[in-house]
Design a protein around this ligand. Structure first.
Ligand code: IPD
Ligand code: CA
Ligand code: CA
Ligand code: CA
Length: 269
Protein backbone atom coordinates (compact mmCIF):
# COMPACT_ATOMS: atom_id res chain seq x y z
CA UNK A 1 0.00 0.00 0.00
CA UNK A 2 1.54 3.36 -0.99
CA UNK A 3 1.38 6.59 1.05
CA UNK A 4 -1.59 8.01 -0.88
CA UNK A 5 -3.58 4.82 -0.27
CA UNK A 6 -2.72 4.92 3.43
CA UNK A 7 -3.81 8.57 3.66
CA UNK A 8 -7.11 7.76 1.92
CA UNK A 9 -7.69 4.80 4.25
CA UNK A 10 -6.91 7.01 7.26
CA UNK A 11 -9.44 9.66 6.17
CA UNK A 12 -12.16 7.07 5.60
CA UNK A 13 -11.50 5.28 8.88
CA UNK A 14 -11.49 8.58 10.78
CA UNK A 15 -14.94 9.47 9.42
CA UNK A 16 -16.25 6.10 10.58
CA UNK A 17 -14.67 6.55 14.02
CA UNK A 18 -16.49 9.89 14.48
CA UNK A 19 -19.74 8.36 13.20
CA UNK A 20 -19.40 5.50 15.67
CA UNK A 21 -18.67 8.03 18.42
CA UNK A 22 -21.89 9.88 17.57
CA UNK A 23 -23.83 6.60 17.76
CA UNK A 24 -22.39 5.97 21.22
CA UNK A 25 -23.21 9.52 22.40
CA UNK A 26 -26.78 9.04 21.14
CA UNK A 27 -27.07 5.85 23.18
CA UNK A 28 -26.40 7.75 26.45
CA UNK A 29 -30.04 8.75 26.73
CA UNK A 30 -31.36 5.24 26.02
CA UNK A 31 -31.47 2.18 28.24
CA UNK A 32 -28.56 -0.17 27.60
CA UNK A 33 -29.02 -3.85 27.09
CA UNK A 34 -26.35 -5.28 29.42
CA UNK A 35 -25.34 -8.92 29.67
CA UNK A 36 -22.16 -10.60 30.82
CA UNK A 37 -19.82 -13.00 29.05
CA UNK A 38 -17.47 -15.28 31.01
CA UNK A 39 -18.38 -13.95 34.48
CA UNK A 40 -20.24 -11.17 36.27
CA UNK A 41 -17.43 -8.63 35.88
CA UNK A 42 -17.16 -9.26 32.13
CA UNK A 43 -19.89 -6.99 30.80
CA UNK A 44 -21.02 -6.53 27.22
CA UNK A 45 -23.75 -4.21 25.94
CA UNK A 46 -25.79 -3.87 22.78
CA UNK A 47 -23.55 -0.88 21.92
CA UNK A 48 -20.32 -2.94 22.03
CA UNK A 49 -21.94 -5.26 19.50
CA UNK A 50 -23.58 -2.54 17.37
CA UNK A 51 -20.38 -0.55 17.03
CA UNK A 52 -18.26 -3.53 16.05
CA UNK A 53 -20.94 -4.61 13.56
CA UNK A 54 -21.00 -1.04 12.16
CA UNK A 55 -17.25 -1.16 11.43
CA UNK A 56 -17.23 -4.76 10.19
CA UNK A 57 -20.08 -4.12 7.74
CA UNK A 58 -18.45 -0.98 6.32
CA UNK A 59 -14.99 -2.53 6.08
CA UNK A 60 -16.24 -5.71 4.40
CA UNK A 61 -18.28 -3.61 1.96
CA UNK A 62 -15.60 -1.01 1.07
CA UNK A 63 -12.48 -3.14 1.42
CA UNK A 64 -13.44 -6.77 0.76
CA UNK A 65 -9.80 -7.91 0.89
CA UNK A 66 -9.14 -6.40 4.33
CA UNK A 67 -9.35 -8.63 7.41
CA UNK A 68 -10.73 -7.78 10.85
CA UNK A 69 -10.02 -8.95 14.38
CA UNK A 70 -12.70 -7.70 16.77
CA UNK A 71 -13.64 -8.46 20.36
CA UNK A 72 -17.33 -9.13 19.80
CA UNK A 73 -17.04 -11.69 17.02
CA UNK A 74 -18.00 -9.76 13.87
CA UNK A 75 -14.48 -10.02 12.49
CA UNK A 76 -12.71 -12.78 10.59
CA UNK A 77 -10.75 -15.83 11.56
CA UNK A 78 -7.23 -14.38 11.36
CA UNK A 79 -4.09 -16.49 11.82
CA UNK A 80 -1.44 -14.27 10.23
CA UNK A 81 -0.64 -10.61 9.77
CA UNK A 82 -0.52 -10.68 5.95
CA UNK A 83 -2.42 -8.02 3.99
CA UNK A 84 -4.42 -5.24 5.62
CA UNK A 85 -5.72 -6.06 9.07
CA UNK A 86 -8.01 -3.94 11.26
CA UNK A 87 -7.84 -4.77 14.97
CA UNK A 88 -10.92 -3.29 16.62
CA UNK A 89 -12.18 -2.84 20.14
CA UNK A 90 -15.58 -1.18 19.65
CA UNK A 91 -15.73 -0.07 23.29
CA UNK A 92 -12.66 -0.47 25.47
CA UNK A 93 -13.64 0.04 29.11
CA UNK A 94 -17.16 -1.39 28.94
CA UNK A 95 -17.43 -1.39 32.74
CA UNK A 96 -16.74 2.37 32.76
CA UNK A 97 -19.12 2.86 29.83
CA UNK A 98 -21.89 1.16 31.83
CA UNK A 99 -21.11 2.68 35.22
CA UNK A 100 -19.81 6.14 34.26
CA UNK A 101 -20.64 6.93 30.63
CA UNK A 102 -17.03 8.10 30.60
CA UNK A 103 -13.48 6.69 30.59
CA UNK A 104 -13.98 4.37 27.63
CA UNK A 105 -12.76 4.50 24.04
CA UNK A 106 -13.10 3.16 20.54
CA UNK A 107 -9.76 1.59 19.65
CA UNK A 108 -8.66 0.74 16.11
CA UNK A 109 -5.23 -0.25 14.83
CA UNK A 110 -4.65 -0.90 11.13
CA UNK A 111 -1.70 -3.05 10.07
CA UNK A 112 -0.29 -3.73 6.60
CA UNK A 113 1.73 -6.93 6.39
CA UNK A 114 2.33 -6.79 10.13
CA UNK A 115 3.38 -3.12 10.27
CA UNK A 116 1.14 -0.72 12.19
CA UNK A 117 0.23 2.14 9.84
CA UNK A 118 -2.84 3.86 11.30
CA UNK A 119 -4.22 4.13 14.84
CA UNK A 120 -7.26 5.72 16.47
CA UNK A 121 -8.15 5.79 20.15
CA UNK A 122 -11.29 7.88 20.56
CA UNK A 123 -12.38 8.98 24.02
CA UNK A 124 -15.97 9.63 23.00
CA UNK A 125 -17.17 11.29 26.21
CA UNK A 126 -14.30 13.84 26.24
CA UNK A 127 -14.22 14.11 22.46
CA UNK A 128 -10.49 13.38 22.43
CA UNK A 129 -9.18 11.51 19.41
CA UNK A 130 -5.62 10.19 19.70
CA UNK A 131 -4.47 9.20 16.24
CA UNK A 132 -1.55 8.70 13.93
CA UNK A 133 -0.37 7.63 10.52
CA UNK A 134 3.00 5.90 10.62
CA UNK A 135 5.84 8.37 10.07
CA UNK A 136 3.71 11.49 10.59
CA UNK A 137 3.77 11.81 14.40
CA UNK A 138 0.87 11.46 16.81
CA UNK A 139 -2.05 13.84 17.20
CA UNK A 140 -4.63 14.67 19.83
CA UNK A 141 -7.54 15.98 17.77
CA UNK A 142 -5.85 18.52 15.47
CA UNK A 143 -2.84 19.13 17.67
CA UNK A 144 0.46 17.44 16.87
CA UNK A 145 2.11 16.12 20.03
CA UNK A 146 5.82 16.13 20.81
CA UNK A 147 7.83 12.90 20.84
CA UNK A 148 8.27 11.30 24.25
CA UNK A 149 11.37 12.07 26.30
CA UNK A 150 12.98 9.77 28.82
CA UNK A 151 12.04 9.85 32.49
CA UNK A 152 13.04 8.30 35.80
CA UNK A 153 10.66 6.29 37.99
CA UNK A 154 10.90 8.73 40.89
CA UNK A 155 9.33 11.40 38.66
CA UNK A 156 6.86 9.09 36.92
CA UNK A 157 3.15 8.38 37.16
CA UNK A 158 2.50 4.71 36.43
CA UNK A 159 -0.83 3.14 35.47
CA UNK A 160 -1.29 -0.27 36.98
CA UNK A 161 -4.28 -2.51 37.50
CA UNK A 162 -4.76 -3.02 41.24
CA UNK A 163 -5.70 -6.68 40.80
CA UNK A 164 -2.07 -7.50 39.92
CA UNK A 165 -0.96 -6.32 43.35
CA UNK A 166 -2.89 -9.14 44.97
CA UNK A 167 -1.67 -12.75 44.73
CA UNK A 168 -2.33 -13.86 41.15
CA UNK A 169 -1.17 -16.59 38.77
CA UNK A 170 0.58 -14.25 36.27
CA UNK A 171 3.34 -12.58 38.25
CA UNK A 172 4.87 -12.56 41.69
CA UNK A 173 2.78 -9.63 42.88
CA UNK A 174 5.49 -8.62 45.36
CA UNK A 175 7.79 -7.71 42.46
CA UNK A 176 5.41 -4.89 41.52
CA UNK A 177 5.46 -3.31 44.97
CA UNK A 178 8.81 -1.46 44.51
CA UNK A 179 7.48 0.07 41.29
CA UNK A 180 4.48 1.46 43.16
CA UNK A 181 6.68 2.64 46.04
CA UNK A 182 9.35 4.33 43.96
CA UNK A 183 7.01 6.06 41.53
CA UNK A 184 5.54 9.54 41.95
CA UNK A 185 2.07 7.98 41.88
CA UNK A 186 -0.08 5.28 40.37
CA UNK A 187 -3.33 5.46 38.42
CA UNK A 188 -5.87 2.93 37.20
CA UNK A 189 -8.31 4.14 34.57
CA UNK A 190 -9.97 0.82 33.68
CA UNK A 191 -9.42 1.21 29.96
CA UNK A 192 -6.26 -0.20 28.47
CA UNK A 193 -6.72 1.78 25.26
CA UNK A 194 -6.81 5.14 27.04
CA UNK A 195 -4.01 4.12 29.38
CA UNK A 196 -1.86 3.42 26.32
CA UNK A 197 -2.99 6.66 24.64
CA UNK A 198 -2.06 8.54 27.83
CA UNK A 199 1.44 7.03 27.76
CA UNK A 200 1.73 8.00 24.08
CA UNK A 201 0.75 11.61 24.78
CA UNK A 202 2.77 11.91 28.01
CA UNK A 203 -0.10 12.26 30.53
CA UNK A 204 1.28 9.22 32.29
CA UNK A 205 4.75 7.74 32.01
CA UNK A 206 4.13 3.99 32.01
CA UNK A 207 1.37 1.39 31.91
CA UNK A 208 1.80 -2.17 33.15
CA UNK A 209 -0.75 -4.95 32.91
CA UNK A 210 -0.59 -8.72 32.85
CA UNK A 211 -3.10 -9.83 30.24
CA UNK A 212 -4.57 -7.99 27.30
CA UNK A 213 -6.06 -9.18 24.04
CA UNK A 214 -4.96 -7.82 20.64
CA UNK A 215 -7.99 -5.47 20.41
CA UNK A 216 -7.08 -3.90 23.78
CA UNK A 217 -3.56 -2.91 22.76
CA UNK A 218 -3.33 -2.85 18.92
CA UNK A 219 -3.98 0.87 18.44
CA UNK A 220 -1.96 1.79 21.52
CA UNK A 221 0.92 -0.31 20.25
CA UNK A 222 1.05 1.78 17.05
CA UNK A 223 0.64 5.11 18.89
CA UNK A 224 3.39 4.34 21.43
CA UNK A 225 5.81 3.37 18.64
CA UNK A 226 5.01 6.52 16.69
CA UNK A 227 5.42 8.66 19.84
CA UNK A 228 8.93 7.26 20.41
CA UNK A 229 8.02 5.19 23.47
CA UNK A 230 8.67 1.51 24.09
CA UNK A 231 6.10 -1.27 24.27
CA UNK A 232 6.91 -4.86 25.18
CA UNK A 233 5.63 -7.65 27.36
CA UNK A 234 6.25 -7.34 31.10
CA UNK A 235 9.35 -9.51 30.67
CA UNK A 236 10.71 -7.22 27.94
CA UNK A 237 9.87 -9.44 24.96
CA UNK A 238 8.25 -8.37 21.70
CA UNK A 239 4.47 -8.20 21.72
CA UNK A 240 2.67 -10.82 19.62
CA UNK A 241 -0.14 -8.94 17.88
CA UNK A 242 -2.28 -12.02 17.34
CA UNK A 243 -2.25 -13.30 20.92
CA UNK A 244 -2.91 -12.32 24.50
CA UNK A 245 0.14 -10.65 26.05
CA UNK A 246 1.20 -8.92 29.20
CA UNK A 247 1.86 -5.30 28.22
CA UNK A 248 4.39 -2.81 29.49
CA UNK A 249 4.45 0.55 27.70
CA UNK A 250 6.55 3.48 28.79
CA UNK A 251 9.02 6.19 27.95
CA UNK A 252 12.51 5.07 27.01
CA UNK A 253 14.93 4.87 29.94
CA UNK A 254 12.05 4.35 32.32
CA UNK A 255 11.38 1.11 30.45
CA UNK A 256 14.84 -0.23 31.34
CA UNK A 257 14.56 1.02 34.94
CA UNK A 258 11.21 -0.71 35.55
CA UNK A 259 12.27 -3.89 33.74
CA UNK A 260 15.30 -4.19 35.99
CA UNK A 261 13.01 -4.00 39.05
CA UNK A 262 10.80 -6.73 37.58
CA UNK A 263 13.91 -8.87 36.81
CA UNK A 264 15.15 -8.41 40.39
CA UNK A 265 11.76 -9.54 41.69
CA UNK A 266 11.79 -12.57 39.41
CA UNK A 267 15.33 -13.53 40.55
CA UNK A 268 14.37 -13.49 44.22
CA UNK A 269 11.32 -15.71 43.63
C1 IPD B 1 -10.88 -4.23 29.28
C2 IPD B 1 -10.23 -2.93 29.65
C3 IPD B 1 -9.53 -3.04 31.00
C4 IPD B 1 -8.54 -4.17 31.04
C5 IPD B 1 -9.24 -5.47 30.67
C6 IPD B 1 -9.89 -5.36 29.30
P1 IPD B 1 -13.06 -4.17 27.64
O1 IPD B 1 -11.44 -4.15 27.97
O2 IPD B 1 -9.24 -2.55 28.70
O3 IPD B 1 -8.85 -1.85 31.29
O4 IPD B 1 -7.99 -4.27 32.32
O5 IPD B 1 -8.28 -6.51 30.65
O6 IPD B 1 -10.54 -6.56 28.99
O7 IPD B 1 -13.52 -5.56 27.91
O8 IPD B 1 -13.69 -3.15 28.49
O9 IPD B 1 -13.05 -3.85 26.20
CA1 CA C 1 -15.01 -6.84 26.96
CA1 CA D 1 -10.83 -3.93 25.63
CA1 CA E 1 -14.33 -4.02 24.40
Amino acid sequence: MNDAMIDALYKQAKEWVYEAGAMIKDSFSRKLDITYKSHQADLVTNMDKNIEKFFATLIHEHYPDHKIIGEEGYGDEVKKMDGTLWIIDPIDGTTNFVHQQSNFAISIGIFVDGVGVIAFIYDVARDELFHCVKGQGIYLNDQKLPSLRTNVLAESVVAINGTWLTPNPKIDHQSLIPIVRKSRGTRSYGTAALELAYVACGRIDAYITMRLSPWDFAAGYILIGEAGGTISTVSGESVNLLEKNSIFASKKGLHEEILSIIYEGAKSE
